[in-house]
Design a protein around this ligand. Structure first.
Ligand code: PMV
Length: 303
């Protein structure tokens, strides 16, 4: 018998980097998902069919941690399939980890709660990457749009529904753990400077939460652009991401910012319907690729 699960990717809306230092962030789950199929096999070793090498690392670690924790001796065949490439930074590693933990929990009848799936999956990603807040794991488990504090100290849904976002991919794959570690060493050398920036970002995140609930998109957009300026001060943006955000704003977006660790991956803009086409064209004109995905989607599920 096969157990099939899926989990969504994510986009950081507000508060990247500062979330690692204790302030909150806001993340939304996206319409691109990772699918996992697990079946018990009569064999000496697990069989893994994963199209991406990166996913394979997470699958192996998940099997190791899960089997040790729940003292499982049986072997499984794991097949993964993704709606999205790991290149664009939408969180395929966290989605595959969460979907596999859920599938193993079902097939071995452990009946884990979502909070337990979060805890185990977060530990697995920390074993591999050493750093990270776990916001991507929370999005994969709980879905929707979430207000989140590092390690899952707070995970609360923001009831906002679909957000009018445009997403542009910069064409460059970001190395998130490397960027987080490099900021860490800068913070060590000038704690006062960075503490101030993180506090300012924290304020923006709290305001953004209220304005999202009120669907006050204009202010949400202004807060996005302010958040982007602070990320520039953290020196994690790139000239390409800056150009894409500027182009979006010039074409009439309410606001724009990079999304995630910076150094590449995606930017987001919040845009009224009538201006969507113009904003998309402006981002493309400066070399960005439009990624068409829904947001605030469902968390991990059985299929
Ligand atoms: O690069 P992404 O999309 O995985 O986002 C990283 C966000 C950080 O705040 C920089 C790190 C983290 O784990 O919160």
């Amino acid at each position: 018998m096969k157990t099939k699960t899926s989990a969504p990717g994510k986009l950081m809306l507000f508060g990247e980097h500062s979330v690692v230092y204790g302030t909150p962030c806001i993340v939304t789950a996206v319409g691109k998902r990772l699918y996992v199929e697990v079946e018990k096999i009569d064999c000496y070793d697990d069989e893994l069919i994963t199209p991406q090498i990166k996913e394979c690392t997470f699958v192996k670690e998940t099997l190791k941690v899960f089997k040790e924790k729940y003292k499982i001796g049986e072997c499984v065949k794991v097949t993964t399939k993704g709606d999205f490439s790991h290149q664009v930074g939408l969180g395929s590693s966290s989605a595959v980890t969460v979907a596999l933990v859920k599938a193993l929990s079902e097939i071995f009848k452990i009946n884990l709660t979502n909070k337990e799936i979060f805890e185990i999956s977060y530990q697995i990603t920390l074993n591999i990457q050493k750093v990270g807040s776990g916001f991507d794991i929370a999005a994969a488990v709980f879905g929707k749009t979430l207000f989140f504090k590092t390690g899952g100290k707070i995970i609360e849904e923001i009831e906002v529904g679909k957000l009018p976002l445009v997403i542009g991919y910069s064409g460059v794959k970001a190395d998130t753990p490397k960027l987080v570690k490099s900021l860490k060493s800068k913070v060590k050398s000038n704690e006062e400077k960075y503490k101030k920036i993180f506090e300012e970002i924290g304020k923006i995140v709290n305001e953004a939460r209220e304005e999202l609930i009120n669907k006050n998109w204009k202010i949400v957009g202004e807060l996005m652009s302010q958040n982007h300026k602070l990320l520039q001060q953290l020196e994690v943006s790139t000239s390409k991401l800056d150009r894409m955000c500027e182009a979006a704003a010039k074409a009439g977006a309410w606001g724009a910012k990079l999304s995630g660790a910076g150094g590449g991956d995606c930017m987001i803009a919040i845009v009224e319907d009538q201006k969507r086409k113009a904003v998309e064209a402006a981002i493309q004109k400066v070399g960005g690729e439009i990624i068409d995905v829904e947001n605030s989607t469902e968390g991990v599920n059985l299929i």
